[in-house]
Design a protein around this ligand. Sequence first.
Ligand code: ZN
Length: 285
Amino acid sequence: MESIEIKNKIIKSFNENINSHAFLFVTNNIGECYKEIKDIVKIINCPSGGNDDCKICHTIESETNPDYIVIKTEEKEIKKDIIEMLMDNFKTMPLMNKYKIYTIVEANKLNASSANKLLKFLEEPESNIVGFYITDNLQSVLPTIKSRCEIINYRFGADNILSVLNITEEDYGNYFDTSAQLIGLLEDSPKYKLMAEAKSLKEKERYEILNIFELIRKIYIIKFENVVNKEYNNLNYVKILLDVVGCDDINLLSKRIKCLDEIISDMQCNVNKELVINKFFLIWE
Ligand SMILES: [Zn+2]
């Protein structure tokens, strides 16, 4: 699901009074995610659904709203006393908003005693109290918190491509452009042009060549799956990958994937890299 759909789904759940009382957003960009949450907080509290700049919207934006508390720290841990202050503040009914809302940025910084304090909110939620927890490190969020929140996967930008391709940001930076260019050539160049490209490929280290072929293979597999079941069509970050490969003939795509399988396996078996690259351009259809 794309982030806008996730956001709308959450807002809808508030409109229908079937919302969770605690959400744990797992993201790769805390700052952007925090902005999105602030937007949700405005929409669910504003009488006109966030479509104006009323006092509620305005004070949420400037973080001066009495019913909206944000907890974030530069320190290593979010300490118990901060949570105690939050609990005190939340004993009263909302002054301005429909809901009293707390946001905990970097929920992975909650230590055991602060997490225990929060259990009251999480286990006996009052209908007008809602918590938004944000983390970029789900592994480190305490199970007491994790297990009591609705977990929302909220990812941004290029990292979506990273998760689809299952590669690190570093590998993406090192190999994506080269791989995409090579695919462009493979898609519509005559053989003699390909052979010229082979020369520059041969100059690279074996591990680099292997990484490039593996990435190309992943991109072809994504294209193949898309042609077969169309499921990725509307996702912008996959569209970037799909546009790289022009071909949408299932048989041809499947032949190309087999060709890449063979070449990758040769590279892994330490066959001479010049030979493998020559073979690749020769058998490529
Ligand atoms: Zn408003």
